[in-house]
Design a protein around this ligand. Structure first.
Ligand code: ACO
Length: 309
């Protein structure tokens, strides 16, 4: 019977149909999905911090309202993704515990500081731009709840990307100091944005199996290339440059050649040694502890409702 179920699973994948929560699935498939979805959820939640840093100091009411909406969207994405992980049998409290005790990862990109307001624009443009590049293909992921979550998330990410670009255009029309601030921020975020796509294909242990299962649709390097090709013309339009002397149009490949990111930096950031790792986890832990009374009250209320029902 197990062999039959396994055949059914592979047929579903082959026919580009979706695996749903109640379907049989191999343990490895479930484990890989929980790993990726949990990391993704954690990234959204931790990702609220670098920009949240500017909420109290946004330069105008309009910028503050936009930023507030954006940061709230990230919280929504995180909760949406935790729900998708729950359909695989994962427990949300357990996932949070694994995050704050360093047993599960979140995106490397959120371990960099945001010292200037231009960072808000550059995160929208480059970081959310990279996120879209990576996540639009995930709308076709083989696991139904994950793929469906991605549709809404990508729509909101597109709004985030545009607000970032619009903010930068506005600053580029401003003073020399503002233009310099944008360029300085782009210089800091370019390489970390390329690293978001993960290690190069020949050093990516999970890609082959995840592609075979239809969890991932493209390799890390394919998506990185796509991102570079999409972003270089946007930089030209904006009037900024990327800090890569190797960046050049390759007419033969009809793509941009670009330099090699410093992979030792990615390794360091992923293993907890980035500039802000400790601060991010500490703040997440603090927020979780501060919210204990809310969880307790909600649980007590739910019990009470059950009793009186
Ligand atoms: N940051 C942190 N960890 C990373 C990163 C990164 N940028 N890239 C790779 N890793 C980790 C992987 O999670 C894996 O570790 P693990 O086995 O302990 O989980 C290891 O490095 C090796 O990498 P891969 O074999 O390439 O791993 P994988 O196939 O999972 O690919 C990727 C990584 C591309 C990030 C994939 O998981 C993915 O597409 N995730 C969904 C998108 C996502 O999480 N985005 C979050 C950031 S964007 C945002 O939210 C705004």
């Amino acid at each position: 019977a197990e062999a039959e179920l396994e055949t059914g699973f592979h047929e579903t994948i082959e026919h580009e149909q979706r695996i749903e929560p109640r379907d049989w699935m191999p343990d490895g498939y479930r484990k890989t999905l929980v790993r990726q979805i949990a990391q993704h959820a954690h990234s959204e939640i931790i990702g609220m911090q670098p920009e949240g840093n500017w909420l109290t100091r946004a330069p105008s009411l309009r910028r503050k309202a936009i930023l507030l909406a954006k940061v709230q969207d990230e919280a929504g994405h995180g909760l949406y993704l935790y729900s998708a992980a729950e359909t695989l049998g994962a427990d949300r409290a357990d996932l949070t515990d694994k995050l704050i005790t360093g047993r599960q990862k979140y995106s490397s990109i959120f371990n960099y500081p945001t010292p200037t307001f231009a960072d808000v624009g550059v995160i929208g443009w480059l970081v959310d731009g990279a996120a879209i590049c990576n996540q639009v293909p995930l709308c076709r992921s083989s696991y139904g709840p994950y793929a469906r979550a991605m549709i809404r998330i990508c729509k909101e990410e597109s709004f985030h990307q545009r607000q970032g670009y619009e903010l930068l255009m506005c600053m580029m029309r401003g003073t020399d100091e503002q233009r310099a601030m944008v360029q300085e921020s782009v210089d800091r975020w370019w390489w970390p944005s390329l690293m978001m796509f993960g290690p190069p294909d020949d050093d990516s242990p999970n890609t082959a199996q995840s592609m075979a299962w239809g969890i991932k649709r493209h390799t890390n390097d394919e998506l990185r290339q796509r991102f570079v090709d999409m972003t270089v013309p946007q930089a030209d339009a904006l009037g900024v440059t990327f800090p890569d002397p190797g960046l050049a149009w390759n007419a033969e490949r009809k793509s941009y050649d670009f330099g090699e990111p410093d992979w030792s930096e990615l390794k360091a950031v992923i293993t907890g040694h980035g500039p802000c790792n400790a601060q991010r986890i500490e703040q997440r832990k603090q927020a979780h502890d501060d919210g204990a009374w809310v969880r307790e009250a909600a649980t007590a209320f739910a019990h009470k409702q059950k009793e009186t029902a």
